[in-house]
Design a binder for this molecule. Structure first.
Ligand code: ATR
Length: 287
């Protein structure tokens, strides 16, 4: 590790932050590229968040990732909000600019699409409808990413219908975005080219996601943004019937790329070594 008095410093601000994989991830890239820099965990309680974020520039930080529960608050604190982050409604990447102003962006939509393109190169935005399960923060990033790729028909399925309706109103875009009742989730899969789970169902400690896949074409790609476990029951069921299955770890890795490049000046690569390193830290199971 190179760490001189001139080191560039960034970190991840969250509460709690001890579970974050980002320090390992960025540490791996810093090492690999021989960069004089550091990426540190920044545990910041909600009541201190605004002050802590403002203090980044004073401390000479180049920026930070923002994670739960601060992503929405960050949108209100930064001096300049990237239009994509504004649409998603959350900031996950802050860059300290010349003069100390804070720029806030969101790389989650990029991370989702980059991972999808990487792991399922056969997927094309014009192949057919996309079904998105869930209407939380992750769903917002996934939907915005799909809209910007040009997916013309997005079906948003959520247990609480009101939340889906709210999201459809807020994210109305160039293509179609339709809210569907949770009870109708199996039928929503007919003729779909992509299914994405953004709910917490299937995550370790949570109930499994219960969705019959019989109406889903076998040519469709199935993505889970859950990555603990890496192989959720949704992904195994999809693989068993011949669908290409994409796990959530890659989204985590890819979303880190734009921040690293902005703070440290090198665009890092997501490859098998990085995947194995972070998976080993996180999960006992096959890659
Ligand atoms: P995040 O911001 O991380 O995406 P979130 O806002 O807590 O997380 O959203 C979690 C998603 O999982 C929501 O869409 C939630 O559905 P509701 O809007 O109805 O709460 C969904 N979810 C959680 N538990 C669920 C369950 N048992 N059945 C169906 N959906 C569930």
């Amino acid at each position: 590790m190179i760490l001189s008095g001139r080191a560039k410093v960034a970190g991840v601000m969250g509460w709690p932050v001890s579970h974050s994989r980002s320090p390992r991830l960025h540490g791996h890239w810093l090492e690999r590229h021989g960069i004089d820099g550091a990426y540190v965990p920044l545990p910041v309680a909600p009541e201190n968040f605004e002050q802590a974020l403002r203090t980044l520039a004073m401390l000479g930080f180049h920026g930070a990732n923002i994670t739960l529960p601060h992503k929405e608050a960050a949108l209100r604190v930064v001096d300049e909000v990237d239009p994509l982050a504004r649409r998603i409604g959350a900031v996950n990447t802050v860059v300290v600019q010349e003069g100390g102003d804070l720029w806030g962006g969101n790389s989650d939509a990029y991370g989702f699409i980059a991972n999808l393109r990487d792991r399922a190169p056969q997927w094309r935005p014009d192949r057919g409808p996309a079904v998105v399960l869930g209407a939380g923060g992750a769903a917002r990033a996934v939907i915005v990413g799909l809209q910007d790729e040009g997916v013309g028909d997005i079906r948003l399925v959520n247990r609480t219908r009101q939340r889906a309706d709210d999201l459809v109103r807020q994210l109305a875009g160039p293509g179609e975005l339709t809210a569907i009742d949770w009870e109708d989730r199996a039928a929503a899969l007919s003729d779909a080219a992509l299914l994405v789970n953004t709910t917490s169902l299937g995550m370790s400690g949570q109930p499994p996601l219960d969705i019959p896949l019989h109406d889903l074409p076998t040519a469709a790609v199935v993505c889970d943004i859950v990555y603990v476990p890496l192989e959720t029951s949704l992904l195994s069921a999809a693989r068993r019937r011949g669908n290409v299955a994409v796990d959530g770890l890659g989204m985590l890795l890819h979303q880190a790329v734009p921040g690293f490049e902005a703070w440290f000046g090198v665009r890092p690569v997501v490859d098998g070594d990085l995947r194995r390193l972070i998976a080993r830290d996180t999960i006992a199971g096959p890659l």
